[in-house]
Design a protein around this ligand. Structure first.
Ligand code: G1P
Length: 290
């Protein structure tokens, strides 16, 4: 199996749930402790051996490009002042020229449309998609790396899933499961945001995908689905039966950072794990009547 080398990051969303902060700052740049949300997804992709990162952006997202560029004045000033620790922190934000490519999504026509906007960069190879809103925290076994290992064995298409409460299934792409083998579930069908009480299971897609390039051909039809948008889930559903399609259950901790409560929880949980800020946050939490 050819390794997966390209990852697509749909980052064109307006982030209305995080207004007013997102009036001037893209939601992907909101920090979890001290790193922007997007950096966690980029780190995960790099840990999985991804070589080329494609950001599908939109108007008002130029802060993302500046963030992954070299901030020459800042670097010079830190060097002059001998701030080596701060310089090292910038390393992961400065990828080699040409490793990140930017494509504009000109209209908010849905996740499937965003992925399709990257088709010329993706070419005719298997590729990954990472939704940065979903912070999949698993430093020892990064989610995409585990998916790549599964892809190596199974080929076809692999999506990351997690069981969600029945009453939340209407928020997600839901798997209709076939044979189960440990953490791998055969995908028989997929449904985007099923109406309450109609979900075929509680296995929800949580924003990580390894897909075959043929999904781009399906997306090219521009068929509208749930919410009147071009849905990635609908295009993937058309590949089932034509190509192998499996779900890998994520075993780490997932934070839905597209949601305010999820974002706060991610900040608290990740802060508690750190040696620098963890003790202070833990001590303060203990003084709170929870
Ligand atoms: C998107 C996908 C959905 C998936 C979810 C994960 O929905 O369409 O299938 O389960 O991400 O976060 P959105 O959250 O953009 O509405």
């Amino acid at each position: 199996m050819q390794p997966v080398k390209t990852a697509v990051f749909p980052v064109g969303g307006q982030g209305t749930r995080f207004l007013p902060a997102t009036k001037a700052v893209p939601k992907e740049m909101l920090p979890v402790v001290d790193k922007p949300l997007l950096q966690y997804a980029v780190d995960e992709a790099l840990a999985a051996g991804i070589e080329r990162l494609v950001f599908v952006t939109a108007r008002g997202k130029s802060a993302l490009e500046d963030y992954f560029d070299i901030a020459r004045e800042l670097v010079d000033s830190l060097q002059r002042r001998g701030k080596t620790a701060e310089l090292a922190v910038l390393d992961d934000t400065q990828l080699e020229p040409g490793r990140i490519l930017y494509v504009r999504q000109q209209e908010p026509a849905g996740l499937g449309h965003a992925v399709w906007c990257a088709r010329h960069v993706v070419g005719r190879e298997a590729f990954a998609v990472l939704l940065p809103d979903e912070l999949l925290w698993s430093p020892a076994n990064p989610a995409l790396k585990e998916m790549c290992a599964a892809y190596d064995r199974l080929g076809g298409n692999i999506i990351s899933v997690l069981e969600v409460p029945e009453e939340h299934t209407h928020r997600y792409g839901i798997v209709s499961p076939g044979t189960v083998d440990g953490l791998i579930t055969e995908v028989k069908a997929l449904v985007e945001k099923p109406a309450q009480g109609t979900a075929p299971s509680r296995l929800a897609a949580i924003g990580r995908y390894i897909l075959q390039p043929e999904v781009m051909d399906v997306l090219a039809h521009g068929k509208r689905g749930a919410g009147g948008e071009i849905q990635l889930t609908d295009a993937m559903a058309e590949m089932i039966g034509v190509q192998p399609f499996h779900a890998l259950t994520f075993t780490g901790t997932r934070f839905d950072c597209g949601d305010k409560a999820g974002h706060v929880m991610a900040n608290v949980a990740l802060a508690l794990e750190r040696d620098d800020v963890g003790p202070a946050v833990r001590a303060w939490l203990k003084t709170q009547s929870l």
